[in-house]
Design a protein. Structure first.
Length: 204
């Protein structure tokens, strides 16, 4: 495990509330940044509950789904952020867990890993496609963000390294296909979504 990748969980546990405040400030400046992708994701998903991996405080991703009548299970490793999510949406299912190796014994109509999946090492990302597959209902929607190309990028938050990694887009396509998902849409560094590189797929 890369030491900077290994530190991601502890970083969010220490600074999660500050990160959440920054996230909400950004949301106020750009309130609909994720809206177009969320609408496509929701339209693609069959009826049923949703799984949000790396849910943070539940806004804006889980909140969007809940506001439109979907039940959400949110998974995160930062207790303070889960407490926020519970306070905001107490009727939903919030789990303190690591997405790597996750076994919830339940399947979902949609799976999100937005701004969370890309904090994993390349090997952990490869392994997570089996997690996606075993939690997906037939024809489930899957949406995640990655980097635009293979490599590791170290940002920073609160003066600490903030690890990001990405596979090559061709490898993501192969992993999706090999785990029963067809790519519906892909956009690298989408200028209408804050430069996010977004994948939307549907299970077979």
């Amino acid at each position: 495990m890369d030491k900077d990748a290994d530190g991601i969980i502890a970083l969010y546990q220490r600074h999660g509330l500050a990160w959440e405040a920054d996230r909400q400030a950004g949301q106020r400046r750009h309130p609909d940044m994720e809206g177009a992708w969320l609408a496509r994701f929701l339209a693609l998903a069959p009826p049923g509950p949703m799984l949000d991996l790396g849910c943070g405080g539940g806004q804006p991703m889980a909140a969007y789904l809940v506001d439109r009548g979907r039940a959400v299970t949110g998974v995160d490793t930062a207790p303070a952020l889960l407490d926020l999510a519970r306070a905001r949406m107490p009727a939903q299912d919030w789990r303190l867990a690591d997405m790597r190796g996750l076994e919830l014994d339940r399947r979902y109509a949609g799976i999100l890993a937005w701004n969370s999946f890309f904090h994993l090492t390349a090997d952990d990302q490869r392994a997570l496609f089996a997690v996606f597959q075993r939690h997906a209902l037939p024809s489930a929607a899957l949406m995640f963000t990655s980097g635009p190309r293979h490599g590791v990028v170290l940002g920073s938050y609160a003066g600490e390294p903030l690890y990001h990694a990405s596979l090559d887009p061709a490898e993501y396509r192969a992993l999706l296909d090999g785990h029963g998902f067809d790519v519906v849409a892909f956009r690298a560094e989408d200028p209408d979504c804050g430069g996010h590189t977004v994948w939307l797929a549907r299970g077979r």
